[in-house]
Ligand binder design. Structure first.
Ligand code: GUN
Length: 283
């Protein structure tokens, strides 16, 4: 068997076309959705990410501002900027790029963002909304994974989903989203004694650890669906995921590539959340 690819670029393009249409409809009513992206310091990966986020906004007709600050910025100054953006009616979504410099308490900054503008979905109010099934913003990466499953019309009801990784940004919210769709969910992590025993039972596997070759072909049940959230570099410096793609694609029914899989979907769902924030603000 050779797995079919779930193409994150193609799906993103479809979704971004829909976003652009909804943006135009809002603009016709006099409202332009706006995203503020705040970058503190000069982490090279973060610089690329924020540039891509701002460019995606421009391409879909959203207003965006990029605020860049020195790594020496104080926590108090950053909190003041967040508060100013909370009050700014032209801004519907606020994203503070992580990681922040060590002297700034990232959680404190996240909690300072108004939940109504928390398009990253990292605020405690957003996490609580996801957990209880209330309206709120879902973190973009797991949200993008759910859209990928939807795109292949995958019915999660009664299926066993195994999530590898328990971060607040991906693993934990991913598990809750899968649960909401009636999957039986197992979360595995660094203290799981026998990862392979778990993944071999899985109909759906989401790998979100940040380490190469966490999932190899011998760990995958034939026909399983494999979503790769990893963003790593191999020995040649090429971008690769957490999954041994060449091996696993021979066993899985569907697989997401890296690059061109979950990555573009993360930015797409950020646009969706920002649009949604603006639509909510307009009603
Ligand atoms: N750093 C890496 N991924 C993300 C993300 O999705 N949002 C933010 N704010 N920072 C990140």
């Amino acid at each position: 068997m050779t797995a079919q690819l779930i193409d994150g670029n193609a799906l993103s393009q479809q979704l971004r076309t829909q976003v652009a249409q909804r943006v135009q409809a809002l603009k016709a009513k006099g409202l332009t959705p706006g995203l503020a992206v705040v970058l503190v310091g000069d982490n090279p990966a973060s610089q690329v990410y924020v540039r891509n986020k701002v460019k995606a906004c421009q391409d879909s007709g959203l207003h965006s501002v990029l605020e860049k600050y020195e790594a020496s910025m104080t926590e108090a100054d950053l909190l003041a900027r967040v508060e100013a953006l909370n009050q700014d009616p032209s801004i519907h979504g606020i994203l503070v790029q992580l990681p922040l410099p060590a002297h700034i308490d990232a959680q404190k900054v996240i909690e300072a963002i108004s939940p109504a503008k928390d398009v990253d979905g990292f605020h405690m109010a957003s996490a609580g909304a996801l957990m209880t099934g209330m309206p709120g913003f879902w973190p973009c990466t797991p949200y993008g994974c759910m859209k990928m499953l939807e795109s292949i019309q995958y019915n999660l009801k009664g299926k066993h989903a195994v999530v590898i990784g328990r971060s607040n940004i991906v693993g934990k919210p991913m598990a809750l989203m899968l649960l909401q769709q009636n999957a039986t969910v197992t979360i595995c992590h660094s203290a799981t004694p026998d990862l392979k025993a778990m993944t071999l039972q899985a109909d759906v596997i989401v790998a979100a650890v940040g380490k190469r070759n966490v999932l190899t072909a011998d760990m995958v049940k034939p026909g399983a669906v494999v979503l790769d959230v990893g963003m790593n570099r191999n020995d040649e410096g090429k971008l690769c995921g957490d999954v041994d793609f060449e091996g696993v694609k021979k066993v899985a029914s569907y697989i997401t590539p890296v690059p061109g899989g979950v990555g573009p979907m993360t930015i797409t769902m950020l646009l969706v959340n920002t649009l949604e924030a603006a639509e909510r603000a307009s009603t």
